[in-house]
Structures are given as structure tokens and as C-alpha cells.
Write a protein that binds this ligand. Sequence first.
Ligand SMILES: C[S@@+](CC[C@H](N)C(=O)[O-])C[C@H]1O[C@@H](n2cnc3c(N)ncnc32)[C@H](O)[C@@H]1O
Length: 240
Amino acid sequence: MIFEVVTLFPEMFASVTSAGIIGKAQEKGALQVYLTDPRSFSTDKHRSVDDTPYGGGAGMVMRPEPLVAAIEAVEAARGPAHKILLTPTGAPLTQPAVLRLATLPRLMLVCGRYEGMDERVRGFCDEELSIGDYVLTGGELAAMVIVDAVARRLPGVLGNADSAVDESFEAGLLEHPQYTRPALYRGVGVPEALLSGNHGRIRRWRRLQSLLRTRDRRPELFAKLTLSDEDRALLAGEEP
Ligand SMILES: C[S@@+](CC[C@H](N)C(=O)[O-])C[C@H]1O[C@@H](n2cnc3c(N)ncnc32)[C@H](O)[C@@H]1O
């Protein structure tokens, strides 16, 4: 997978691209991150990338010319990409979206700054994504979130291929609680089912905890689930 990031602050990406699982994935060749600064495509003598908004108002708006020139230069140099404009007004990023993006060969993440981008840049992108209902200073952190979430779903990136399968959101559920040693910590023990060594019981306990957590914390996700007979029995407090 190739990630192309169009950003005024390429230096921000060093921490994400060099450390941990993403750093190792790059070393293994599972992914590559290219950074392109739209300021290099500004043609005026001050290399400006922003201007005042038409109609007045606070702040500055990113000009379309350097951004679109950067997008086009990246594609001319390395081939077409699925282009994502990062904006709080975009569709919310979800795990199904992450899985969809992980199937694509080349993603371009276009980061805004200031009050955002000239609206006409949208026409040069394939979709708009938001990482949540809050406003960041720039699109860089949003791009890093997408690189991280997508990269860990690429083949060969996670050490244990199964480790992503049971995670939160994978099957529309939140993950069950996890415990490790010690068995007793500051007076709090580990649920007996997990110590039982009975795989069927452990699986059912985890499933029930996932269902309960999702029902209590994310009722809107729970409402979308199709419950199995076993799920209904677990929720009713019966041992299936
Ligand atoms: C200060 S924000 C602009 C916010 C814009 N004036 C608004 O109210 O929608 C500057 C840039 O940060 C990025 N950004 C901020 N919040 C974001 C979010 N929740 N998801 C994705 N990108 C975000 C976008 O690239 C945006 O162009």
C-alpha cells in the first residue's frame, strides 16, 4: 500500500512513520509513505498557500492552485490514487471504511490548515472523511489516524493475523474486557470463566461481555446487530 500525504507540515509524520508497527511495516515493504508539501507548488514570490476568504470573515483559506498542483504532480509522478480530503465536514471514519480503504493500492490524504480549503479542491478528490465531531488545527493528525488504522489491516503488518479479527467494531461489537497477570491486582480478581481453561465457556463469556458493553456503551451499534439464538440466550442469562 502506498500512502501519499499532501501536507504543509511533512515533518509531523516522522513519529508515525518511523516508530512501532508502522515503522516495521515500512521496513518490511508492506507500506510506503510519501509526503508532498503544496507550498513547493506555489508560484508567487512569497510561496503563499492561503488567502483571505471571499465574503469576509475570520482566518485564511487554503488556495486551490498549490493544492491541486500538488495532487496532480503526485499522480503524474507515481500513478493514480484514491484521493481523500480531510475535513470535519466529511463522512465519519468508521472501521468498515478502514477495511474498504485497506483494499486499495494507493491512498492520497489531502490535509487542510487554517480555516480549511477552497471548496473547489473537493472536485479533485474522491471522498471526504472526518475523524470525529471536533475540529483539529490541521488535517495531519487525521491523516496519521487513517495511515495507522489502515496500515494495521494490511497483510503482514500485524504480527498475529488474528489479533485484529476480534477487535472492537470488526463485527459491529465492542471488544470484551481483557486481563493479564496477576490474577489478583489490588484486591480485584480476574473473572472466573477466564481462569477455567474451558474454551467454550471462555468464548461464551467474551461474547456476552461484548454484547453487554455494546448495548450499554453504544446502543446505536447494538441496535444494528443481528443477534443469534446463542446471543439471545446469553443475554437472557441462560447458559447455551
Ligand atoms: C481548523 S480546521 C478547519 C475547520 C473548518 N473551518 C470547519 O469549521 O469545518 C483546518 C483543517 O484541519 C483538518 N481537520 C480539522 N478537524 C478535522 C476532523 N475532525 N477530521 C478531519 N480533518 C480535520 C481539515 O483538513 C481542515 O481543513
